[in-house]
Design a protein around this ligand. Structure first.
Ligand code: URA
Length: 443
């Protein structure tokens, strides 16, 4: 077997056997297959896809490229959630402490930003001192003590994904169902959770822009989760406009903290309560989704979720004074308001374009070794459906990169579509996929 042959086989549309896939995955992890050949294999897979059997084998190989953590010694049903990636998608930050405050342990292994989407790890790492690299022993200690732990893949956990994820990020090979499924599920199956909630994004800012492709992805992810013995529920949710008002790592931490302190950023809290309700239900602390949502709402209102976030940040080495006083955080060197050229209503906000603009401002990577500027990003002051007058500010950009300001401001202005009529509201949470199939979302 040579890598060249296997790349050609995939390029020409044939399915690879389990041994052939093992040769690729193990060879890449061991450094025997260089990045240029792996990039080529990823691109061939992007165009040719994988069969259900290949996807399942690929996920298993990625999972067993590292350790599978055993959390059975920790009481309770451990539940995690994962998003397929969006713009302004900071849901994990308020969600994990909320669910933990409801008494359901949340072991969470996340990734860095991928393509145009942000990553939970980059957001957490924007908190001064916060460490996302814990040993497995420490990971177990934190979940036992705090009820929630949030880390990235260590060299022990799904190392195949860690390496492949970084390569996919910069080789335009992200938007591919088997690669996403292997990536997400290898991390989630390795982390020791008993059940899983998946937020599968659809629309302009999602890796799967059409509902049909998102459903295909949700079905693949839920099928893999359940076949590995983890009860898995997926929700297909709208990513046509960014979630919340802030895009960028520290900005998204700030918005999440505000939500935990009781601010109702409506789309963030709607999604957080539904995903949280499902997690609390799977964690056996509520008998229905509705009851789970109510439990989540209570712990926000009584401050227990915010307390849990402070406990988590402190336990993972973060400086909680920045959470309590976000105004202490360093400011970007430059900011610029983007004003609306005409009056009317915001009819669309191109989240894909805003995701890429955020990267240009410094909030994401274009090369594997790029260093992120945690302060960089975009604050929206208008969302879809809002009325605007010509000259109103629709967004403000923040960056330390002077050269990025002019082109980014133009891109942001163009990302806002303005029309004469208020658009009809569309649902944020579209459908639910579980072991019984797919159904329109209803509480
Ligand atoms: N999230 C992941 O962890 N991996 C992907 O490929 C996409 C989203």
């Amino acid at each position: 077997m040579t890598v060249n042959e296997l790349i050609r086989k995939k390029r020409d549309g044939a399915a690879l056997s389990p041994d052939e896939l093992r040769y690729i995955v193990d060879g890449f992890v061991q450094g025997l297959i260089p990045e240029y050949q792996m990039s080529s294999f990823l691109m061939a897979t992007f165009f040719r896809g994988m069969s259900v059997e290949e996807t399942s084998t690929f996920t298993r190989l990625m999972l067993h490229s590292g350790e599978v953590i055993d959390l059975s010694g920790i009481p309770g049903v451990k539940v995690d959630k994962h998003s397929t990636g969006g713009v302004g998608d900071k849901i994990s930050l308020p969600l994990a402490p909320i669910v933990a405050a409801c008494g359901v342990p949340v072991p969470m292994i996340s990734g860095h930003g991928l393509g145009h989407t942000g990553g939970t790890l980059d957001k957490l790492e924007s908190i001064p001192g916060f460490t996302t690299s814990l040993s497995i022993a420490e990971y177990k200690k934190v979940i036992a003590e705090v009820g929630v732990v949030m880390i990235g893949q260590t060299k022990e956990i799904a190392p195949a994904d860690k390496k492949m994820y970084a390569l996919r990020d910069v080789t335009a090979t992200v938007e591919c169902i088997p690669l996403i499924a292997g990536s997400i599920m290898s991390k989630k199956l390795a982390e020791g959770s008993d059940a899983l909630v998946l937020d599968v994004k659809t629309g302009r800012g999602a890796f799967m822009p059409t509902y049909e492709r998102s459903l295909e992805l949700a079905t693949a992810l839920v099928g893999i989760g359940n076949s590995f013995g983890k009860e898995t529920i997926g929700f297909i949710t709208d990513m046509n406009q960014p979630l919340g008002m802030m895009i960028g790592n520290w900005l998204e931490v700030v918005e999440s903290v505000e939500c935990l302190r009781g601010k109702n950023v409506s789309d963030i809290m709607e999604l957080t309560y539904v995903l949280g309700g499902a997690m609390v239900m799977l964690g056996k602390k509520a008998s229905s989704l509705k009851e789970g949502m109510e439990r989540c709402n209570e712990v926000v209102k009584n401050g227990k979720a915010y307390e849990k976030l402070l406990q988590l940040v402190k336990r993972q080495g973060g400086d909680t004074s920045f959470i309590e006083h976000p105004e202490k955080y360093p400011q970007s060197k430059y900011s610029q308001k983007i004003n609306c050229p005409q009056s009317g209503f915001v009819t669309a906000i191109d989240s894909l374009e805003l995701g890429f603009t955020g990267i240009a401002l410094g909030a994401g990577r274009t090369r594997v070794d790029d260093v992120i500027d945690p302060k960089a990003g975009i604050v929206l002051t208008k969302k879809v459906g809002d009325a605007v007058n010509a000259g109103d500010t629709v967004a403000i950009l923040y960056t330390d990169n002077k050269n990025a300001i002019e082109s980014s401001a133009k891109r942001i202005e163009k990302a806002f579509a303005i029309g004469p009529a208020k658009p009809k509201p569309s649902p944020l949470i579209i459908s639910q996929v579980d072991k019984n199939g797919v159904k329109p979302f209803k509480i």
